[in-house]
Design a protein around this ligand. Structure first.
Ligand code: NAD
Ligand code: WQD
Length: 334
């Protein structure tokens, strides 16, 4: 099958590209490189032994997208392109609505015109807001608490409405929990520019000595050790979830469905810190600061629906996540 990956040069998309190429699919990456680098294409080719086609373009350019869909004979789209930093979304909400919400409208228009109606969308556990129960299943009410989260919710609403209007669409929205880790080759991983917002890349940079210490955002939550608990999932498991979702999309009756991609287990900030210290054998300095506004105490997934319908479950351990992330960090001279 020929699959279009919007945002395929990014952290999660590059891992999906490698897996799809390995499964014998043809891959076209469509990315404006606003948060990635052209060099990732060479690294994907090095791992997969095949080169994806690449278009340096914006998802808001609907005509270019339509041309790519038609000329490349695309059968399915995985839509990862978008902005993802929560704090930045509070400062620049219009940029987030333009990239994420206008972006998906542009994409859906192009897909409709090119008659490509199979789509997997990168959503986020952030759509659940503050959990009223745990684990979070897909029936949990949604309530975004920041502009980034609202863009993901709006996208899901648009997808649901499109699927209601035309039953020939097949759309899955995958709600990722906290993807971490890297490809075993050390060639692909999370490489945010500037100071990382997320815990795992921050811990890595402190261990590597490029940042002094990590600030732990609160140790007075009602959790096992007072720090926030999250469902960290290996990025390769997330990528495999997309392969499973693509297969399921081809076989099912329902035009629209949502699935959690998580492990079902939570780990605290202190547990993450200890795990990274173990694999790196480096002491990671930290201080405890105040809670970060908008953070919740605990968040982890119910994985039952994904297991039942996608036949998929995360396989990798916390140690696998930390080892691969550290390997990528040490290898970052490419
Ligand atoms: P990333 O920033 O590494 O990758 C996104 C890619 O999209 C980048 O290569 C960027 O250049 C590209 N892009 C952004 N705007 C674009 C546009 N308008 N046109 C074309 N390309 C554009 O992010 P990621 O971590 O790989 O995340 C991929 C998707 O998964 C995003 O939609 C994100 O919101 C979602 N998601 C990520 C996480 C996470 O923790 N990483 C969690 C939940 C959901
Ligand atoms: C994890 C834990 C922090 C940094 C975010 C987005 C979410 C999704 C995944 C895209 C929390 C603590 C963090 C630090 C810390 N992304 N922490 N010091 O907030 O669960 O989710 O990324 O969709 O939408 O909100 O992930 O990695 O930022 O934080 O103590 O320097 O680590 O308080 O408990 P989060 P995170």
């Amino acid at each position: 099958m020929r699959i279009l990956l919007t945002g395929g040069a990014g952290y999660i998309g590059s891992h999906i590209a490698v897996l799809l190429l390995g499964l014998g699919h043809e891959v076209t990456i469509y990315d404006n490189l606003s948060n990635s680098d052209r060099s990732v294409l060479g690294r994907i080719s090095k791992i997969a032994g095949k080169t994806p086609d690449f278009f340096d373009a914006d998802v808001n350019d609907s005509d270019v997208l339509e041309g790519v869909l038609r000329n490349q004979n695309i059968e399915s789209v995985i839509h990862l392109a978008g902005l993802k930093a929560v704090g930045e979304s509070v400062s620049y909400p219009l940029e987030y609505f333009k990239n994420n919400v206008s972006g998906i409208i542009s994409l859906l228009g192009a897909m409709n015109r090119a008659n490509v109606k199979s789509l997997i969308f990168s959503s986020s556990a952030t759509v659940y807001g503050n959990p009223s129960y745990l684990p979070l299943d897909e029936e949990h009410p949604t309530c975004a608490v920041n502009p980034y989260g609202r863009t993901k919710l709006h996208c899901e609403e648009i997808l649901s409405d499109i699927a209601n209007s035309d039953s020939s669409w097949r759309i899955s929205s995958l709600r990722y929990f906290n993807p971490v880790g890297a490809h075993d080759s050390g060639l692909l991983g999370d490489n945010p520019s500037g100071k990382p917002n997320n815990l795992a890349p921050y811990l890595m940079r402190v261990a590597a000595g490029t940042l002094d210490h990590v600030v732990i955002f609160g140790d007075d939550y009602e959790t096992l050790d007072g720090t926030g608990v999250r469902d960290y999932i290996h990025v390769v498991d997330v990528a495999e979830g997309h392969c499973a979702a693509l297969t399921e999309l081809g076989d099912r009756e329902l035009p629209f469905n949502v699935f959690n991609l998580g492990t079902g287990y939570g780990h605290s900030v202190f547990q993450m810190l200890a795990a990274f210290e173990n694999v790196s054998t480096i002491k990671i300095p930290y201080i405890v600061g105040p809670r970060r506004p908008g953070d919740v105490a605990s968040c982890f997934a119910s994985t039952e629906k994904a297991t039942e319908f996608l036949g998929w479950a995360a396989k990798k351990t916390l140690k696998d996540m930390c080892l691969s992330a550290w390997n990528f960090q040490k290898n970052r001279s490419f």
